[in-house]
Write a new protein. Structure first.
Lengths: 287, 303
């Protein structure tokens, strides 16, 4: 297996010094994990588990106080490497407005690469590709503030994609979106995976996490467990212990399994549960 | 939980008071009127909120939900259509907007960003103090609001706000709105961004407000599980108009109409509906618990 794209090794971080109120203010407590090239990794955990702090370590917005974060082998504490790291790992946050700068979609997407000094012809090609990947090319002439929340979030993603990152970090990027907006962003993530861009989704939505290749559960600033969604969601008690739960369809499947021990384990989606129920029934009677 | 599903009859979910807390009739709203970006946000919305009921409002982003709730406490005044809140006609230039704002407590998305006092108790007391209520009354209101939000008064009143968790801070912010003792509480995405445990806890608090206090609540949410669990009646907004309304059972039972508005029933209900569509004799279900019972009955019967 090639080297991971990002390696976090025993990372510790706190925002403030210890005080009588908070004797141990560490938000990250010896956290270690890797992000592999081209994978879709979901990071879940309760509020305060350190998810967003971790996200900000992945492209050197924050630097570890102990331990190391290496992006393509470059230590994020090395000031000379920051610009390359930020081109390698792009971030999109919960509120897309906070990272929009221009009055027209196309100009907003061009802002990042333009500042990198990308030549004009290449710039146009990148902006077009980024807007097509996110399905926003048709809206390129529109002012971003008149778009829907899902569309704005897709423009924010396009702005990062135009920098040609190897990894896109979505920090709660779908938490303010309606079901359709979430589906739009999920579609973009699928497309990115097809093109070999790694995606790290930090999310409270267990159904979003169920769509990833790999899930990492954070609790109190460290990795509590990790594995395929099927493995992680196969242990509802462990999830509940850290204040998480199952995606809704998986919760229904887990309930069925409590009643019928022969009911299949590890089901995650509506489709899977429907098929499992149908399969455990004799051929249906004609209506 | 909402209890026995059979107890909810589609026509009259709960006894309804004679006068509505909020009456909206044929309300229209256009943003940036007279410019090339002119776009209608509300097109003839009619909606009633009766005292003591929880009304869910669902719809895609851009369907008009946020515009609509700004009419509920007089942040916007009707140009076309009728808006009567707590008996005050907001179309009249002489309407007592201050009274309307006292009657309707509006909790915007992420209300914790508006917490600014150092101590939790002071933050919750901010509104009642501005109403110049007597000291003991302020204290009682703050105590009541904090207790009902699950922040025990004695434990939390002297806590620094910055030491609260995300879920606790959200509850403190909502307690601040409740302490105004509004006739109607409007919650815009109350649980978005919370982890599952804090989310379930806050939902249980809202349930308690409904069941124990008989609070009138308008709930705007993208989370269909939440809307099903908490609402007596639901309005579906689509393109600025009411696309459907009724009990959760009526609204979520009509999957085609819901899909046309860009929405889908809760996942558990989808599983049951898909099996029904394929001809399996399974009882209709809306919540996780109902779906589990219905599927268990199906599997038992054919065993």
């Amino acid at each position: 297996m090639p080297d991971p794209l990002i390696v976090c090794n025993a990372v510790e971080f706190s925002y403030s010094a210890p005080s009588p109120l908070t004797p141990d203010p560490r938000v990250l407590r010896g956290l270690s994990l890797a992000v592999h090239r081209g994978e879709h990794l979901a990071i879940i955990g309760p509020n305060g588990s350190g998810k967003s702090t971790l996200a900000r370590h992945l492209n050197a917005l924050l630097r570890p106080q102990r331990g190391t974060v290496l992006v393509r082998g470059i230590d994020t504490r090395d000031p000379a490497g920051v610009s390359l790291i930020r081109q390698t790992v792009g971030m999109v946050f919960q509120h897309p407005e906070s990272q929009m700068v221009a009055t027209i979609v196309e100009e907003d997407v061009a802002f990042g690469p333009e500042n990198l000094g990308v030549p004009h012809a290449e710039l146009r090609r990148r902006v077009r590709e980024a807007l097509e990947t996110t399905g926003m090319w048709e809206a390129r002439d529109r002012p971003p503030h008149l778009l829907s929340a899902g569309q704005k979030q897709r423009v924010a993603i396009a702005g990062v994609l135009a920098m040609r990152p190897e990894c896109l970090v979505l920090d709660e990027a779908t938490s303010m979106l309606d079901p359709r907006g979430r589906a739009e962003v999920a579609q973009v993530v699928l497309e990115l995976r097809r093109r070999g861009t790694a995606v790290v989704s930090i999310t409270h939505r267990m159904d979003d996490a169920a769509a990833a290749d790999r899930v990492i559960v954070l609790d109190a600033g460290a990795v509590r467990s990790e594995g395929t969604p099927r493995r992680v969601f196969a242990d509802p008690e462990a999830l509940r212990a850290v204040g998480l739960d199952l995606p809704p369809a998986a919760a229904l499947a887990a309930g069925m399994r409590r009643r019928f021990p022969t009911f299949p384990a590890g089901l995650l989606t509506v489709d899977e549960v429907v098929e499992a129920v149908a399969a455990s029934l004799p051929a249906r009677r004609d209506r | 939980m909402t209890g026995d599903p059979g107890a909810v009859t589609p026509q009259s979910p709960r006894p309804v008071a004679a006068s509505a807390a909020i009456e909206i009739e044929d309300l229209w709203h256009t943003y940036m009127r007279g410019t090339p970006f002119e776009h209608p946000a509300l097109r003839g919305v009619t909606l009633h909120v009766h005292d003591g009921e929880v009304v869910g409002i669902i719809g895609q982003t851009g369907s008009g939900k946020s515009t609509l709730i700004q009419y509920f406490n007089g942040l916007m005044r009707p140009i076309r259509g009728r808006v009567i809140v707590a008996g005050h006609d907001l179309g009249s230039p002489r309407a007592d907007v201050a009274a309307v704002r006292r009657a309707v407590g509006l909790a915007f998305q992420e209300p914790e960003t508006q917490v600014f006092e150092r101590l939790v108790g002071d933050d919750v007391a901010y509104g009642p103090r501005r109403l110049r209520l007597p000291f003991h009354e302020i204290r009682e209101r703050v105590r009541w609001a904090m207790e009902i939000m699950g922040l025990p008064f004695e434990t939390f009143k002297d806590r620094y706000t910055f030491t609260l968790s995300g879920g606790e801070l959200r509850k403190a912010a909502l307690a601040g709105v409740l302490a105004l003792r509004p006739r109607v509480l409007v919650l815009d995405e109350p649980t978005s961004g919370l982890d599952p445990r804090s989310r379930d806890d806050l939902r249980a608090r809202i349930e308690e407000l409904r069941d124990r206090e008989g609070m009138t609540v308008v709930l705007v949410s993208h989370d269909m599980e939440e809307v099903v669990r908490l609402s007596d009646r639901v309005y579906v907004l689509h393109d600025g108009a009411v696309a459907a309304s009724g009990s959760p059972r009526e609204v979520f039972g009509d999957a085609a109409r819901l899909a046309a508005a860009g929405l889908a029933p809760p996942e558990a209900a989808q599983v049951v509906q898909r099996l029904r569509d394929r001809g399996y004799p399974v009882r209709e279900a809306l919540t996780l618990e109902e779906a589990e019972t219905a599927l268990a009955a199906l599997l038992e019967r054919t065993r």
